[in-house]
Every structure is written in structure tokens, then in C-alpha cells.
Design a protein around this ligand. Sequence first.
Ligand SMILES: Cc1cc2nc3c(=O)[nH]c(=O)nc-3n(C[C@H](O)[C@H](O)[C@H](O)COP(=O)(O)OP(=O)(O)OC[C@H]3O[C@@H](n4cnc5c(N)ncnc54)[C@H](O)[C@@H]3O)c2cc1C
Length: 344
Amino acid sequence: MSTQKLGFEETLGRHILPDKCIGCCACIIVCPFKSLEYVERRPALVRECRSCGICVKVCPKFETSTADLERFIFGRERGGGEDFGVHNRIVIARSRDERILRRCQDGGAVTSILTFALKNGIVEGAIVSGIDREEPLKPTPKIIDDADELLECAGTRYTYSPNLLALKKAVIEGRGNLAFVGTPCQITAIRKMGKAGLKRYSEKVNLLIGLFCSECFTYKGLIKEYIIGKLGIDPYRIEKMNIKGKLIIKLKDGSVTSSSLKELRRYRDNCGSCPDYSAELSDISAGGVGLDGWTLLISRSIRGEEILKAAEKEGFLKVIRAEENMKPINLLRRLSRRKRERNT
Ligand SMILES: Cc1cc2nc3c(=O)[nH]c(=O)nc-3n(C[C@H](O)[C@H](O)[C@H](O)COP(=O)(O)OP(=O)(O)OC[C@H]3O[C@@H](n4cnc5c(N)ncnc54)[C@H](O)[C@@H]3O)c2cc1C
């Protein structure tokens, strides 16, 4: 579809919003006329659309050519055997900081890389997802410039966190040289901004860390209806939630509850049209893929590899070669293929 003179309603409004939009907010932040706002987790047209077509260029769900983006970012398309995208190196990593290990989701590699980058001035701030003090399982986009604050944001919230809203705030505040942590759709949106020449956003982000993602759930469904409503669990009693083939909820009193993913199907967000499991366009991708207490990291860009190597050298991360344990790589390959086959 030619998007030259098309407005929001004829494009994203008609083809994405009804059942594909995840509420990443890319369209909202780039609209030069402030015509879109975030209303009930989705973009809503609140002022006349001038049909400039800019929102259409950045939506991760609309006419995305992964091959074009790979050439733009990495200078080449993925080769045969690169089922999970262009990459340099795959490692299994674990933080060397006990405080991070106590709060993180898997091996704390994401928080450790960000801590290293902040402490060494490689980035001046990090956009992550933190927690809401009033509703502790609700993800809240945050701009962080202090390593201690990062620690509070470690761990995974399995409901959608529109981190691009924090990018907009950071840009308005005149910040730059930022790291950004997000799901594959958010990473794709930032890369599309770069390819569309929207430097106001894309040039402010110097390190993109993408999280593996099978799917996201809605806060209303997973947390309010299921965990609080059906299971009767007070969110303040939860120590950690994890999805490893099933949903595992560990409470602060040491007890553990688990639920089958089938039971949670109805609380899924609009992830059904996303083909990207391992954030294939990021500088570094991170996931747990069945590991216990370790994070699988994929360095994809030269910058990603340099930062990963430096974080290891400076003692922030313990790193082992992923080839020493092929199980997570095989799982990554299988899950990446499956998501792409189902959703393209
Ligand atoms: C919605 C979702 C689905 C996921 N699905 C899978 C999966 O299917 N398979 C898999 O192997 N891994 C999955 N992951 C990634 C995994 O849960 C860990 O984030 C990853 O292994 C890194 O672990 P870590 O201990 O190194 O991260 P940590 O050091 O704990 O840091 C985690 C970082 O993630 C950020 N974050 C937390 N919640 C969100 C959110 N909702 N949106 C954006 N950023 C967030 C935090 O701010 C923090 O910076 C998923 C993550 C999310 C958010």
C-alpha cells in the first residue's frame, strides 16, 4: 500500500488498531501535529489528522520489511542458519553483583550491562520499565540515570509497558545518549524511526537492548482478573513471577503457585501478528529460554558486541560460551522459527 498521503484513519486506524495494535505508542510520539494520544492503552485521534503519513512509517506492525531494516542497521541481511536474526556472538551470562541477582529475572545481565554503561558514561540515561508504587505489578516506563534506581526496575513484568512514552519525555527534556530496553515491537519501532530519518528520536538512543518475547498479557486480564480476582493473590505478597512453559508465581512466604499457559490464553494482548521472538533488530538481545539464573545474550551490532565485551572485561558480567550448552540455543531457534511462521 502506498503510504505517501494517507492519514492515520485509512492506514493504522483501519488495518492495525482493531486487532493488531499493541499500544507501543510509536505513532503517538512521532506525530508532528500532536493529533494522537494514548487513550485506554491505544492511540486515539484527538485532533485533525493532516495525513502526513509519518505515523505509518514507524508502526512495527505495518508494512515492516525486516530485510530492509537489517541492511540499514547491520549492513547486511541475515544469512542461512541465522533463524533468529543477524548476530555476532551468543553467550550465557550472569551478573557478578549479588544485589542484582536477588532482584533480576534471569541472570541479571540486562541490569548489569546498563549499570556498566551508566557508570562508565557510555550512556547518560536508560529507558526501562519500572514498577508502579500503587500497583506493584503494573509496568511503568521510566528514565533512569542512576545505577541504584536501575536495580529497582530489574525483573520482568509480563504486561505491556509502553516504554516509548518515556523516550518522548526524555527527548522533550533534552536528553540524549540513552540506552533503551524493550520488547521486539518497541525495538522495531525505534529502528523504523531511524530508517525514516526521524533523528529526533532515533539519534538519542545509542544502545538498544531487546528482550525475547513470546507474548504479552493485558494488565486488566492477567493481573486484575486472574491473579487478584481468580487466584486471590495480593500483588504485594508476590516475590517473583516467571513464565517457563507455565506461569510460576513465587510468594514472599516461600510458597509457589503455577498455572498452565492455556489458562492464560484469554488474557493475551494483541501479539498475534508479531513475527519477532528475539528482538532481532536490537544491539543486544536477552532472554531466559529455559535457563535457571542465567541470561542468554545475543550481540548483534558492532556496538552491542563492544559493550558486552567491555562489561565482561570490567567484571560486571560472568560470561560463558553458549555453545557449551546447546539446549537454550536450540530452543531459541525453535521458538524464533515458530513465531515467524505463525505470524507472517
Ligand atoms: C513481556 C515479556 C515477555 C518475555 N517473554 C520471554 C520469553 O518468551 N522467553 C524468554 O526467554 N524471555 C522472555 N522475556 C525476557 C525475560 O523475561 C528477561 O527479561 C530476560 O531474560 C533478561 O533477564 P535479566 O535477568 O538479564 O534481566 P533483568 O536484569 O532482570 O532486567 C530486566 C529489564 O527488563 C525491563 N522490563 C521488565 N518488564 C518489562 C516490560 N514489560 N517491557 C519492557 N521492559 C521490561 C526492566 O526494566 C529491566 O530493565 C520476556 C520479557 C518480557 C518483558
